[in-house]
Design a protein around this ligand. Structure first.
Ligand code: DO4
Ligand code: MG
Length: 283
């Protein structure tokens, strides 16, 4: 089952079950007022079916928002060989750090965004005005509730400024965290409805003025770490009263001569979830 956070034309927000070609709105109530509250239950799919209305919505009646309420957004880094190689190319100073973290039991984990820095489907993602080398990072994203249970998956775009990160690893938060630095959506696929890990492909396409300037793909089976392992490290002596999203790292990095431009359209598709499309803005 796929769940979306939606906004009606009236401005009110809601939740819908997303089918092949239908959107079924839920009748939210005091017990389940938000998408995040559904994810707190032991049986989000059962609750969602119980709240489903008889009617469906036309795509033009609602806007699909990023599937976030007040959760934190975190990210893991250097979980794929391709990311290790790219990081070692971009930073002489930190090359050995990236090499070591790829094989160390403790992963690289960093705070990526708060909800107001997140863009949903069709909303702009940003490259920093002071950055010259920028890429999107297409990442399978884990959705964890406040009980630290992995309840679903979505698509994440970890927008990154490679020149800032490569200049000095201590600049990582500035390379990663700023307005509109993170895309999420379009839906949360509940965990029990995801394909097996080895069947989850991740594809990235970047179009500029109608022409494709980059495409690449990977599979989650290329990731060097497990989902529960990453969540285990994230939640050591660390509580999440509102739950959290965890982007699991990129396995697709364009060659070093590629940088994003304002106006580029970034399309990320992940099996079992769907497609997240955003246009890039700068300045
Ligand atoms: O250490 C730099 C960040 C790496 C990252 O974001 C990734 O591998 O996805
Ligand atoms: Mg990343």
């Amino acid at each position: 089952m796929k769940l979306a956070k939606i906004r009606y034309r009236s401005g009110e927000t809601g939740v819908a079950v997303v089918g092949e070609s239908s959107l079924t709105p839920l009748r939210l109530n005091a017990n389940f007022p938000t998408l995040a509250s559904l994810l707190e239950s032991d049986d989000p799919a059962g609750i969602a079916w119980g709240l489903a209305q008889q009617s469906t919505l036309g795509a033009d009646e609602v806007e699909i928002l990023a599937p976030i309420d007040s959760q934190e957004v975190w990210a893991a880094g250097v979980t794929y060989k391709r990311s290790r190689t790219a990081r070692m190319e971009e930073s002489e100073a930190a090359a050995s750090c990236y090499d070591r973290v790829y094989v160390s039991p403790r992963p690289e984990l960093f705070m990526k965004a708060t909800p107001h820095r997140v863009s949903g489907p069709g909303q702009p993602v940003r490259i920093r005005a002071d950055a010259t080398w920028n890429v999107p990072e297409p990442e399978l994203t884990l959705v964890m509730n406040s009980k630290l249970r992995l309840v679903g998956f979505t698509i994440g775009n970890d927008m990154s400024s490679r020149d800032i990160e490569g200049d000095n690893p201590l600049y990582l938060p500035q390379a990663k965290v700023y307005n509109q630095c993170c895309g999420l959506g379009p839906v949360i696929t509940l965990a029990e409805f995801m394909p097996p890990r080895e069947k989850i492909g991740i594809r990235l396409e970047i179009n500029r003025a109608g022409s494709r300037v980059f495409s690449g793909s990977t599979g989650v089976d290329q990731m060097a770490r497990g989902f529960e392992d990453l969540l285990g490290w994230l939640t050591r002596d660390n509580s999440f009263p509102n739950g959290a999203f965890l982007l699991t790292g990129t396995g697709v990095v364009p060659d070093s001569n590629f940088t994003l431009s304002a106006g580029d359209e970034v399309t990320i598709s992940i099996d079992g979830i769907g497609t997240l499309r955003n246009t890039v803005v700068q300045g």
